[in-house]
Ligand binder design. Structure first.
Ligand SMILES: [Zn+2]
Length: 407
């Protein structure tokens, strides 16, 4: 029996069991390098409604020395960050007397836009390498894991925040309670914190089971987040739906005692949507595993047919979510010749589990594959736009989720 990582209740509702898998971001230096596998199973707490991983990988096995992800590598993400900064500066009238703090600030991809607009910033990120790059952009960065203790230290040092941003980090922290408590501590009295995370409702509706991987501890709904925030001293007052990562929520929260931020209509609307989808009961979760199995069957049938016709299939995008899909389907280099990725840090390596080689995108031009399977389906428009030249030799694009689509 599993215990809920937030409320401590006993859990006996499994969302999906994806088997034993290596950590998704542990790329291998050689095709036969040793690797460890850990259970990958998502479960649902029926008391606080937090969907979470049942098993934890020891941190030493996740954050390998090779772990290198700089946000600025995705063009659409850079544009998203700029739009966020402009919107927040306008909505909350931020200026030189305010402070914006971002948690998991990475290479300063987001805070640089506030800094350019003259708003003081502080980034917080545990990766020293990222912090060095950020400082070159003029983004002061504290190298630390964020939690209540870090928040108290920063507050005492005069870093009380008028806006705190946490984009795609809430789902990645093992101790969600200590993390959220830190926001209630570091925010100034009427400060605002925004959190972006993939919406559980889309995961369920679009069978996005490949967003489940070991570095991703929680799968969040407004329902679960409001409950967690209330316990930790925050109140949600607004929510927006975003297209990022296959459909995300941006939640706006303030300290419980702040009266400056009245509840917005979108909040009650989203509560109704989630209730109608059955997130409060077992209804929304039962039957999900069968849908995952159907997606796997669809991909295997497609690959079998391609093999019979002598067609070549390669992958595009060596992202964490691709690894969950490939390993759940039990695929290897016999099925997909190679996967291309624009990140030089991944090129020349092998995907964890499937051991498919990762090559630079120009290998597509020499191999002239019949099919390019886009693994990060959330970027399918961006990727198919960049790779439109595969039409020159009759190549086609494929995505596997929520079902096989060839175009
Ligand atoms: Zn719970």
């Amino acid at each position: 029996m599993t215990t809920c990582r937030f409320c401590g209740s006993k859990i006996d509702l499994t969302l999906v069991d994806l088997g034993e898998q290596p950590p998704s971001n542990s790329y291998l230096p050689t095709a036969d390098a040793p690797e460890k596998e850990f259970p990958l199973r998502a479960v649902v707490c029926e008391d606080c409604h937090l969907v979470q991983l049942a098993d934890e990988v020891p941190p030493d096995d996740i954050f390998t020395a090779d772990y290198a992800y700089y946000s600025s590598f995705s063009a659409s993400w850079v544009a998203h960050a700029q739009a966020y900064a402009e919107k927040m500066i306008e909505r909350f009238s931020l200026g030189p007397n305010h402070k914006v703090v971002e948690i998991a600030s990475n290479d300063g991809y987001l805070l640089q836009h506030f800094a350019k607009a003259g708003v003081p910033v502080l980034g917080v990120d545990p990766a020293a390498g990222c912090a060095d790059v950020a400082r070159e952009k003029g983004v002061e960065t504290e190298v630390a894991f964020f939690n209540a203790k870090t928040a108290e230290r920063l507050k005492a040092a005069g870093h009380g925040a008028d806006l705190m941003a946490a984009n795609n980090v809430l789902a990645h922290v093992p101790d969600i309670r200590g993390f959220v408590e830190g926001f209630a501590i570091l925010l100034n009295d009427d400060g605002v914190a925004t959190f972006e995370f993939p919406h559980l409702l889309n995961l369920l509706d679009q069978v996005q089971f490949d967003t489940i991987y070991h570095e991703h501890y929680s799968y969040l709904s407004l329902l679960a987040v409001e409950g967690i925030f209330t316990v930790c001293g925050l109140r949600v007052f607004d929510v927006e739906e975003l297209p990022t990562h296959g459909g995300s929520l941006r939640v706006y929260a303030c300290r419980t005692k702040s009266t400056r931020h009245p509840d917005q209509p979108a909040l009650s609307a989203m509560r109704v949507t989630e209730k109608a989808a059955g997130l409060h009961s077992r209804l929304a979760y039962q039957g999900f595993e069968a849908k995952c199995q159907a997606v796997r069957e669809g991909l295997l049938n497609f690959l079998d047919a391609a093999r019979l016709e002598g067609k070549m299939v390669v992958g595009y995008g060596a992202a964490a979510k691709g690894n969950t899909l490939l390993n759940y389907a039990g695929l290897g280099a016999d099925d997909i010749d190679f996967v291309c990725d624009g990140n030089p840090a991944k090129q020349g390596k092998f995907l964890p589990g499937s051991r498919i080689p990762v090559l630079a995108p120009d290998h597509i031009d020499s191999a002239r594959p019949d099919y390019v399977l886009i693994l990060p389906w959330n970027l399918k428009d961006e990727v198919s736009g960049q790779l439109g030249r595969i039409r020159d030799w009759g190549g086609q694009f494929v995505v596997a989720i929520p079902g096989i689509e060839v175009w």
